[in-house]
Every structure is written in structure tokens, then in C-alpha cells.
Design a protein around this ligand. Structure first.
Ligand SMILES: [Zn+2]
Length: 343
């Protein structure tokens, strides 16, 4: 079972955070990964776009190093995985595989050398943008749709896609604009993923993917990993004040209150999986929780410990076990293998 996206590294940067004990707050730690049956967790490094480029690269490096040192500190439970075979071997050994990724093209500071260094450090994918445009790719925005800046990818953006293909890195189209996805699909030789994006047809949020894009990603052999955030999956999420919006990610009390106020149902989250399964079939859907990167999760999905509830609800809705198995992790591993084989 692989979850293609969490932001837990932001918590792990705090020296007082102990990844090996179960926490009341936050969404991911070792005991709860075990409880949720997760055998592979992708940890994404992210840096605020307000940070200047050199410090951004340094911070991204530090975040990747933080995950690597967690695998050394908790070596009985957690192991660094760079390839699909490593994830499978971790499961065989009864351990959780930690997989590295970079969220936001601005983290490479417009340098193919930095991109290559992140690939060599073990980052398996780069999410091309975060919630803002960067110098070479348009974002979809996060609060409301952004007006285009480059109309998709620039020439340098296309160069980055080709470099990622060569490096065996997966191109992640979560967060990017529809036109950027189209430009990526036109440029990339390898399948791409959306590491944490849900369905626009179920909830018309600018971070979600239209059915046309779901199909286009599937046609290249890629996978859409469904995001669990109430804010994205619920057409009428619990309202947030401007202040909540600005503070939830750095104030655990605010985050805890927003979670208590959340009324989004687990059934609605499963509607997104159900919809994606209907539109693109079981070979192109996966988990992309966005744990520890979002203010509130559906009631009953407050941490990674509850992941099996999605599968249980889909079984209850009539899906066969064999139809759901690829979604649990094999789809992600298939794309990882395809990208690394052609890289
Ligand atoms: Zn994100």
C-alpha cells in the first residue's frame, strides 16, 4: 500500500517531533502507518515561494536529509526506497518504505543541475508547480483559478520535462494548470502522475482534475492519486476565516479546531475514488492523501491509520478485490518502474 503524497517532513524538521510514537495530532507517524497497512509513504519536500532561491535549494536538501536520517534512526521500521523494487523489498522485510519527492518546480531554482542533484539524492518525482506560477510553468492556483502567465510550459519548462525523462524522474502534474498538463503530456516520453489531485466532476475546485485530464493522464499510462483534503473534495467545505487560512499549517490548535468543525464525509471522499475508477479504470487510480499538508480531512479519515476504510467502502459499493488491488500501490510502482527503466 503506497500513499503518493504527504507533507509530514515539515513536522519532522522539528527536533522534538518523534516519528516513532503515535500522535494525537497530525496525520502520519510510524505506528499509524502500520495501523493503516501502509508499506510505502512518499514524503515531499516543500519550501515557501517567499524564500530566496539559494535558501530554497538548501532547505529542500535539508528536508530530504531529514527523511534519510529518520530511516537511519528508525532502521527497524523505516527504510529509504529509491526504486519500486526497494518498496517491495521493504514490505517483504515487514518495514515501511520512505520514498522522497520534491513539491514545487521553484525548489530547483531554475537549474537543471539542482534537478539532477535531487534525482541523485533519491527524489522520485518533481511536482512541477505549487500554488503559484513559477518561471517556467503555470499553476492551477489554490484558492481560485490563476490567470495564465506562460500559457502552460515555457521552452525551458519543456527542457525540464525532457531532463526528468532522462533522469528517470516521474513528472507530477498535481497543482499545475490544465494547459500545463497538456504541454507535459505532449513533451514527456514517460507516463506521468498526479500525486495528489481529486475529481473536478465531483467537486468543482481549481485543484481538481477534469474528466478529460483524468483520461489524458490514463492514456499515457499514468496514475491519478486522489487527494483527501476536505477543502478540495467537498463542494461545500466548512468555512475558514482568513486568519485560519494563514495559520492552520503552523498552529496545531487551529488545525485541531478546523478538524473538529469539519463535516465532510468519508463517503464523499470515496465518491472521488469511485468516479475516477469509473472514468479511467483500476489501473490509473491511487492514494494521494496530502496528509499533514491540509487543514482538515473527512470525518473518519483523520490520519493514515484509517486508510483501509476507503477500500472497505469501495468493496461495500460492489468493487471486487482484484479491481481494487492495483490502486493500493502497484499503479504507483508501475509508473516508477517505467520512468526509471526509460531514464
Ligand atoms: Zn500540494
Amino acid at each position: 500500500v503506497v500513499d503518493a503524497h504527504c507533507d509530514t517532513v515539515q513536522k519532522m524538521l522539528e527536533p522534538s517531533f518523534d516519528f516513532s510514537i503515535a500522535h494525537e495530532r497530525g496525520h502520519v507517524d510510524l505506528p499509524r502507518l502500520r495501523a493503516g497497512g501502509v508499506t510505502g509513504q512518499v514524503f515531499a519536500a516543500w519550501v515557501s515561494p517567499d524564500v530566496e532561491p539559494e535558501a530554497t535549494v538548501a532547505s529542500a536538501r535539508e528536508q530530504l536529509a531529514t527523511i534519510v536520517s529518520a530511516t537511519q534512526r528508525h532502521a527497524d521500521d523505516l527504510v529509504l526506497a529509491r526504486r519500486a523494487a526497494d518498496v517491495r523489498a521493504a514490505q517483504e522485510a515487514g518495514k515501511v518504505a520512505a520514498v522522497l519527492a520534491i513539491e514545487g518546480g521553484h525548489l530547483i531554482a531554475n537549474s537543471l543541475d539542482h534537478l539532477e542533484a535531487f534525482a541523485h539524492a533519491g527524489a522520485v518525482y518533481l511536482t512541477l508547480t505549487h500554488a503559484q506560477h513559477n518561471d517556467w510553468a503555470d499553476s492551477a492556483g489554490i484558492d481560485e483559478p490563476l490567470a495564465p502567465k506562460h500559457n502552460g510550459l515555457t521552452d525551458f519548462g519543456r527542457e525540464i520535462i525532457r531532463a526528468m525523462n532522462r533522469l528517470g524522474m516521474i513528472v507530477d502534474v498535481s497543482h499545475v494548470s490544465e494547459k500545463t498538463v497538456r504541454d507535459v503530456l505532449e513533451t514527456s516520453d514517460a507516463p506521468v502522475i498526479a500525486s495528489h489531485s481529486s475529481c473536478h466532476a465531483v467537486s468543482p475546485h481549481c485543484r481538481n482534475l477534469s474528466d478529460d485530464l483524468l483520461r489524458a493522464i490514463a492514456e499515457c499510462g499514468g496514475v491519478v492519486h486522489i487527494n483527501f483534503a476536505a477543502l478540495f473534495i467537498d463542494p461545500a467545505p466548512a468555512p475558514m476565516t482568513y486568519e485560519d487560512h494563514a495559520t492552520w499549517w503552523c498552529d496545531e490548535d487551529v488545525a485541531a479546531r478546523l478538524q473538529t468543525e469539519c463535516t465532510t464525509t468519508l463517503a464523499l471522499l470515496v465518491d472521488h475514488f469511485d468516479h475516477a475508477l469509473q472514468v479511467v479504470g483500476p489501473a490509473h487510480v491511487g492514494f494521494g492523501s496530502d496528509f499533514d499538508g491540509v487543514p482538515a480531512l473527512p470525518v473518519g479519515m483523520e490520519s493514515c491509520a484509517f486508510l483501509p476504510r476507503i477500500t472497505a467502502e469501495l468493496l461495500r459499493r460492489g468493487y471486487a478485490e482484484d479491481d481494487l488491488r492495483p490502486m493500493l500501490g502497484e499503479n504507483f510502482l508501475r509508473v516508477l518502474e517505467a520512468c526509471q527503466a526509460s531514464g
